[in-house]
Design a protein around this ligand. Structure first.
Ligand SMILES: NC(=O)c1ccc[n+]([C@@H]2O[C@H](COP(=O)([O-])OP(=O)(O)OC[C@H]3O[C@@H](n4cnc5c(N)ncnc54)[C@H](O)[C@@H]3O)[C@@H](O)[C@H]2O)c1
Length: 263
């Protein structure tokens, strides 16, 4: 039996006084990240296209300051308004976690069967979303002399995972965006890193377990740590990259997949 992910709050309030935006935080990995950052002392904006309000109310029970923002990350005006409202509510904006993404709703299949419209939508949400959110939030990070951007990528571009070519390509782009943006924003003390999870039993994935059953079994047995991956396995990496211990780390992608892809 492998070791289970820790559900203990990180304690120490290492992010006390910091303000974090987590996109796609109504459920799944984003929700777990938002909860963990609140437990670490941050005030958190729960941003989602659906269900931000109810999720924020529940996360607030953990004791932190939480703001719900209903916004589609593909909308230039909505992302700009989102960052404004976070800054207005909390007076600063330190951390952006670009987590919103399309994956669990995508049916795997041969690349020729991917409709052009789906390809465009996946690129819009998974690549343009982080671009627009970064653009909206960086403005406020600059005002206070620095910040952190953490992009949720995926281990799939490193493994060349077949049968979701649009998704894998989009996450490869997220890694490239992370590197180039880190170089561009480094002089302004804005650090940009990515976390690349393996296949994770998020809410979205569990809702479609029939589609993903075989992949879930195969991915667990392909790991050095042979068990399924949970959202709680990812949150520590995001907290680390948000915190003081990562002050000289930028442009990197940390693969968190229980030792499946090694680099
Ligand atoms: N689950 C996995 O196996 C896995 C593995 C690696 C990476 N990831 C990545 O982690 C992230 C979260 O995945 P998850 O499994 O928790 O997904 P999920 O489907 O459970 O949740 C995704 C959340 O993003 C929100 N969202 C979708 N489109 C949005 C938009 N346009 N604007 C704002 N919010 C939007 C949804 O409403 C939902 O709350 C994604 O970027 C995904 O690609 C997931």
């Amino acid at each position: 039996m492998g070791e289970s992910p820790s559900t203990q709050p990180p304690g120490g309030g290492e992010l006390a006084g910091q303000v974090a935006v987590v996109t796609g935080a109504a459920q799944g990995i984003g929700r777990a990240i938002a909860e963990h950052l609140v437990s670490a002392g941050a005030s958190v904006a729960v941003v989602d296209v659906h269900g931000a309000g109810p999720a924020a109310s529940e996360i607030e029970q953990l004791g932190g300051r939480v703001l719900a923002v209903e916004a589609d990350v593909t909308s230039e005006s909505a992302t700009a308004a989102m960052a404004e409202s976070v800054h207005h509510a909390f007076g600063r904006l330190d951390i952006l976690v670009n987590n919103a993404g399309l994956f669990t709703t995508l049916d795997p299949g041969p690349f020729e069967s991917i409709p052009v419209q789906r390809w465009r939508r996946v690129m819009d949400v998974n690549v343009m979303g982080p671009f627009l959110c970064a653009r909206a939030c960086v403005r406020f990070m600059r005002l206070q002399g620095g910040g952190r951007i953490i992009n949720i990528a995926s281990s799939t571009p490193f493994k060349g995972t077949p049968y979701t070519l649009d998704y894998v390509t989009s996450k490869g782009a997220v890694v490239a965006l992370t590197r180039a943006l880190a170089k561009e924003l480094g002089p302004q003390s804005i650090l940009v890193n990515a976390v690349a999870p393996g296949l994770t039993l998020s809410d979205g994935l569990l809702e479609r377990s029939g589609v993903f059953d075989q992949k879930i079994a195969a991915s667990a047995s392909g790991r050095a740590l042979e068990r399924p991956q949970h959202p709680a396995d990812i949150v520590g990496a995001v907290r680390f990259l948000s915190g003081p211990g990562a002050a000289f780390i930028t442009g990197q992608t940390l693969v968190v997949d229980g030792g499946s892809f090694l680099h």
